[in-house]
Every structure is written in structure tokens, then in C-alpha cells.
Design a binder for this molecule. Structure first.
Ligand SMILES: Cc1ncc(COP(=O)(O)O)c(C=O)c1O
Length: 394
């Protein structure tokens, strides 16, 4: 076997999202790009904001020497300071540049965090459905993912979380706005989670971190706000990125920020910075660090996403599907009309509509649509959902 057994197994069960995305490319070759309605992957269709282009052009013209060399593994001091300032305002707690590490996206940040905090067999508790790459991010560093059900409205089930915490628990990992449901956890839930973790950490005599994965925190609708996790709980680390809010997914730029109130935060920062280096990232891309330092608080215009959400939500509910209205991110997670969500996604594929089975997010009986697509794609999908709805619910 050319690869390790574990890698072969992981590749075999490889992400449904990628499988559907690749199937989309194949179908597009056969039927033509415009015929395939691809809702499989969360790749932002909006271009980065105008300000990004302007800053980038200025930076590229800047003749200063050494612009493309290594820098401190944690990132440029000016970028870390800009992120700290913005995040302090956002979270309502004091944050210094020393608490920030620039990373290769939110995925990079999560790997750095788990490398730094997990001992072998330490457990990370996650509410399902969940972003399936978490399996690998935790396993990469010897940890074990422990899944708990969410409430029917996809809010966190705090009793289930409480029940899943034990002597090996090192972290609870949350994601809000949420992929795949679009749920934003209410402030009351986040506060109650903080109290729960404080109580359980105290009893167990070890830190249980709250790791908050927030790459969608600026992709919100109807004026929704994402509650501050750092105000709710001291032992919190946020992983985030500019992949979605600036549509820079391919540039691999993000950050992590540790709450300065974490017990032993200086030692933790040393561990995080070292993890960024030894994982081979070394540092986040230099040019992008310089760009985002000047783009704090700027976000793509979410109006086109909101329009897509509204059109699809209305079309799906009218067609008879059951779903909760997303408050953020760019995903819908309706119930599949048949228990076998994989079979249902295959049926949609025959109609040239690509959606991903809920099983790919740890919750069968559902399917996910990523609506970060051109408006024409959404409009053309409406009659297909009406037809499929008539078959199952008519
Ligand atoms: C919930 C969640 N976390 C993390 C990531 C990874 O983001 P990035 O591209 O910034 O690494 C994604 C990407 O889709 C995501 O949906």
C-alpha cells in the first residue's frame, strides 16, 4: 500500500463535500457549466471588497526590502496589534498583540490550537452536525472527538454537553455562525456554556478550553450579532479567518486569539507559536498579513447571500421541506424527505442539483446547500425543488 492504513481509510471516507464538488466538475463537462446547479462547497462566490484590491496594489508597489522573508512565527507585530485592537472591541475584553497568532486560515488555527493543547487521547467535545474536517484536525494531534446531539433547533444542548464532559475532556469546540445549519448561538446559551465549563473545570481540576471556530462571524443576516465567547468564559481561544468575510479562502489567511484571562496564558502563547512553526506553516503568508492589517472591520456585502438565503428558504418551505431559517453563514440544512439522505442527494444529482448529505456532517436524514453561488443558480434551482417537493409532499 503506497499510503499509511489510516490515510487510506480517511481517503476512502473522504468528505462528501469534496465528492459532490468533484462530481459537479464531471457533470459540468458532460452537460455544460450552466446546466449544473452546484450547492456543494462553501467557496465564496463574491469577489473580495474593492478596498482589498486597492491595498493589495499599494503593497505590491511598495519597494521596501525584505517584504517576502520570514518574520516572527506569530506574525508581523503591526498585524497582530491591528487584529488585537479589533477583536478587543468585538469581544468586549482587553486583548493585546501578544495574544494573537496569524495563521494559515481558520483550519490552520484549529490545528495549531489542538497541537498546543492536546495530550494523547484527550477529548474534544463537539455538537453535531459539525464541520467534518474537525475529525482530522483533532485526530492529527492525538485527540479524540466526542460528539453530542444538538437541540432540535440546532442550538447547543447544554445537558448533553455536560454529560459528555469527563476526566479526559480538554476542550469544547463550537462554531457560530454554524456550518452546516447557519445557526448563531444565543447569548444566553453562550453565557450558560461559560458557567458550565467553569464549574466542570473547577471540579475536574484541569482547564477545559472553549475553542470557538468563527470564520463566519461577519456573515450574518437581519442585524444578528454573534455573542462574545470571551466575555462568557475566561479559558477561551478563538480561531477565525478572512476566507469568508473578505472572500480570501484561497489566500490562507486567518488568526487565533487567546483570552488574556486564560490561566497560564503566556505559556499557552509560547506553545501556540511553536505549534505554528513546527506544523510547517512557519508563519502566515506575509503579503496577506500586511493586507488584512489595513482591512480590519471591512466585510463583503452580505446582501447577495441574504437574497439567496431568502429565495431558497421560501422555495424550500413552499415545496414542503422542513428547515430552520439560518441566521448567518451561507448554508441551509433541510430535512431530507427520505431517511436515506445519500439516496436523496443522488436523486438531486440526477436533476443536476448538487447538495451534500447530512451524513457528511454527522447527522443523517438532512442535506446541506451552500448558497454562496450566483443568483442565477438559485433562481434556476427553485423549480427543481418545487418538482421534488411535489413528488414527496404533494
Ligand atoms: C466551520 C468551518 N471552520 C473552518 C473552516 C476552514 O476555514 P479556512 O478556509 O479559513 O481555513 C471552514 C471552511 O469552510 C468552516 O466551514
Amino acid at each position: 500500500m503506497p499510503v499509511a492504513k489510516k490515510t487510506a481509510e480517511a481517503a476512502r471516507c473522504s468528505s462528501w463535500i469534496r465528492q459532490m464538488f468533484e462530481e459537479g466538475a464531471r457533470l459540468a463537462e458532460v452537460h455544460g457549466c450552466d446546466s449544473v446547479l452546484d450547492f456543494s462547497i462553501g467557496n465564496p462566490n463574491l469577489e473580495p471588497p474593492r478596498e482589498f484590491q486597492e491595498v493589495l496594489e499599494e503593497l505590491v508597489r511598495d519597494p521596501a526590502p525584505g517584504k517576502h522573508g520570514y518574520m516572527s512565527n506569530a506574525g508581523f507585530p503591526a498585524t497582530r496589534a491591528a487584529v488585537a485592537c479589533h477583536m478587543a472591541e468585538d469581544q468586549g475584553v482587553p486583548i493585546e498583540a501578544a495574544n494573537v497568532v496569524m495563521t494559515c486560515g481558520a483550519g490552520g488555527a484549529l490545528n495549531v490550537i489542538f497541537k498546543a493543547i492536546l495530550d494523547p487521547s484527550d477529548e474534544v467535545v463537539v455538537s453535531r452536525p459539525y464541520f467534518v474536517e474537525y475529525d482530522s484536525y483533532v485526530d492529527n494531534h492525538g485527540g479524540v472527538l466526542k460528539l453530542v446531539p444538538a437541540r432540535p433547533d440546532f442550538d447547543l444542548d447544554l445537558e448533553a454537553l455536560d454529560g459528555a464532559i469527563g476526566p479526559r475532556t480538554r476542550a469544547v469546540l463550537i462554531n457560530s455562525p454554524h456550518n452546516p445549519t447557519g445557526r448563531i448561538y444565543p447569548k444566553t446559551t453562550v453565557r450558560a456554556l461559560g458557567e458550565l465549563l467553569r464549574r466542570r473545570s473547577g471540579k475536574l481540576g484541569r482547564i477545559i478550553y472553549l475553542v470557538s471556530d468563527e470564520p463566519y462571524r461577519r456573515i450574518v443576516y437581519d442585524g444578528a450579532r454573534v455573542a462574545s465567547v470571551m466575555a462568557a468564559y475566561e479559558n477561551t481561544i478563538i480561531a477565525s479567518s478572512y476566507s469568508k468575510e473578505l472572500s480570501l479562502a484561497g489566500e490562507r489567511i486567518g488568526f487565533l486569539v487567546a483570552n488574556p484571562a486564560i490561566t497560564g496564558v503566556d505559556e499557552l502563547m509560547e506553545g501556540l507559536i511553536m505549534a505554528n512553526r513546527v506544523l510547517g506553516f512557519v508563519n502566515a503568508p506575509a503579503l496577506m498579513q500586511r493586507a488584512v492589517a489595513r482591512l480590519q472591520g471591512i466585510t463583503v456585502d452580505v446582501a447577495p447571500y441574504q437574497r439567496n438565503r431568502d429565495v431558497l428558504y421560501d422555495a424550500l418551505t413552499r415545496a414542503g421541506f422542513t428547515l430552520t431559517k439560518p441566521e448567518g453563514a451561507f448554508y441551509l440544512f433541510p430535512r431530507s424527505p427520505i431517511a436515506d439522505d445519500v439516496a436523496f442527494c443522488r436523486e438531486m444529482q440526477e436533476q443536476l442539483v448538487l447538495v451534500v448529505p447530512g451524513s457528511g456532517f454527522g447527522l443523517s436524514g438532512h442535506f446541506r446547500l451552500a448558497y454562496c453561488v450566483a443568483p442565477g443558480v438559485v433562481d434556476r434551482a427553485v423549480p427543481v425543488f418545487a418538482k421534488v417537493g411535489a413528488k414527496y409532499f404533494g
